[in-house]
Design a protein around this ligand. Structure first.
Ligand code: ZN
Length: 75
């Protein structure tokens, strides 16, 4: 049975989907039901609820109009 340990390979990366909840941008992963990461639009506060697999790298992008500086949010 082969064993792969290549952090950053596509197998270890999940693309999150983002949505807007009032002043929060909420990132969730369609592959990790428990995973959630949210960022407050005004304060920049970030709250993360880890998923089942801590070795998965999560990426998410949310660029609302006028808030381009928010940019990408790795993991
Ligand atoms: Zn995931």
């Amino acid at each position: 049975m082969p064993f792969h340990f290549d952090a950053g390979t596509p197998q270890n990366q999940h693309a999150c989907v983002s949505r807007r909840e009032q002043d929060w941008i909420v990132y969730t992963c369609p592959l990790c039901p428990g995973y959630e990461r949210r960022m407050h639009l005004s304060t920049g506060e970030i709250k993360t609820r880890p998923g089942a697999d801590p070795y998965i790298l999560h990426t998410g992008v949310f660029v609302p109009t006028g808030l381009e500086h928010v940019g990408s949010l790795p993991n």
